[in-house]
Design a protein around this ligand. Structure first.
Ligand SMILES: [Zn+2]
Length: 361
């Protein structure tokens, strides 16, 4: 790159000019140092280096976390200095040569990605917000969408960071759980029953139980048998969702109640089942005759405590999973084509198949 003899009115104008010139060659520039005047009242010089200028340090990590660096010890450097007499800023390049080729596309250098993003940040954020609200696109798909529509390259990591920022902006000082609880109260017409539990030490919400009017109607009709199962990583609260479901006379599954839990211990499950019992009492619905679960010990103890008269059974899907697990440990061949018979011999399930008739009852 040729020397830049121009003088500039402001520091930012000078730095931006250098950055723009370097970007043409596929290089990114960063401010490495600011030097103040003797009185310490204003900046009189800013040093610029190549974004790949840092040295590679030997890793001291345990190797569990993969870190990568693009640093290659490039010595390209320039300074932007204030001429006190004229009040203008001058650019001086100290080392003209980069020790690496410029990026072919301005996408592989994070600093260039950030610069490109900043120019269209407002539009991109707006787009990401509407995508996150109205679609189930993954971070990778969103990155492709942004590249196609804005010509800006963003990594999946960039997308996740921006979505997190949006979430913080939107929620302000509230946690997502608090917002959710507020929403439950706002929709009182649909929500039939909602209870929260707070951690005694921290005061934070650590469990939420709720159900809807139509679920209570189903509970009244089909509440003699209840299936309890936790699902994981399906919500933004970082809490497992304990779902209460059952089968109708048509063989379809219906949801009866929901509980976000922060722990899967007997105490938490007991609280959840107590909420269910309160609901049953309020609605004058008999306690369940059969409870089906994955036989998690903590849940089993809680269920025995709260509903002592209910028979507890293991979910057929979990039985088959266990059978396959144990067979695989001892069987050297393939299980392709094997069919597992249900205990009553009425039907059969392929290994691993999550059948509609999920549970023994
Ligand atoms: Zn360089």
């Amino acid at each position: 790159m040729s020397k830049v003899p121009n003088s500039f009115e402001t520091l930012d104008a000078a730095v931006n000019d250098v950055k723009a010139a370097q970007v043409l060659g596929g290089f990114a520039v960063r401010r490495s140092r600011s030097v103040q005047n003797k009185q310490g009242t204003a900046v009189r010089r800013v040093d610029l280096t190549c974004s790949r200028g840092g040295k590679l340090r030997p890793s001291r990590s345990t190797g569990q976390r993969q870190k990568s660096t693009m640093n290659c010890g490039c010595r390209w450097a320039a300074s932007v200095t204030l001429n006190v007499a004229t009040g203008r800023w001058f650019v001086t390049e100290k080392d003209h040569e980069h020790n690496h080729p410029g990026a072919k596309e301005n996408t592989s250098i994070p600093a260039l990605r950030r610069d490109a993003y900043k120019k269209k940040a407002d539009d991109i954020l707006q787009c990401l917000e509407s995508l996150a609200a109205s679609t189930t696109l993954t971070s990778r798909q969103m990155a492709t969408h942004v590249a196609d529509n804005f010509g800006v390259s963003m990594s999946e990591h960039d997308i996740r960071n921006q979505l997190q920022k949006l979430r913080v902006d939107r929620l302000g000082p509230y946690t997502s759980t608090q917002i959710f609880v507020d929403a439950l109260q706002d929709f009182q017409d649909d929500v039939s029953f909602a209870q929260i539990h707070r951690n005694e030490d921290t005061g934070k919400i650590d469990a939420v139980f709720w159900t809807y009017n139509w679920c209570v109607e189903m509970l009244r009709k089909f509440g003699h048998l209840l299936v309890f199962d936790c699902t994981y990583r399906v919500n933004c609260f970082d809490m497992p969702l304990l779902q209460i479901t059952t089968s109708t006379n048509l063989g379809t599954n219906v949801a009866l109640g929901f509980c976000l839990v922060s722990h899967e211990d007997t105490e938490t499950f007991t609280w959840a089942l107590n909420q269910l019992q309160s609901l049953l009492e309020r609605e004058n619905i008999p306690v369940p005759g059969v409870i089906i679960s994955d036989f998690d010990k903590a849940f089993k103890h809680a269920a025995t405590d709260v509903f002592p008269t209910a028979r507890q059974q293991l979910c057929l899907w979990h039985i088959i999973k266990n059978v396959i697990l144990h067979v695989k440990k001892k069987w050297n061949g393939t299980l392709d084509g094997t069919r597992l018979m249900a205990s009553d011999g009425a039907g059969s399930l392929l290994p691993g198949q999550r059948d509609q008739g999920l549970c023994l009852c």
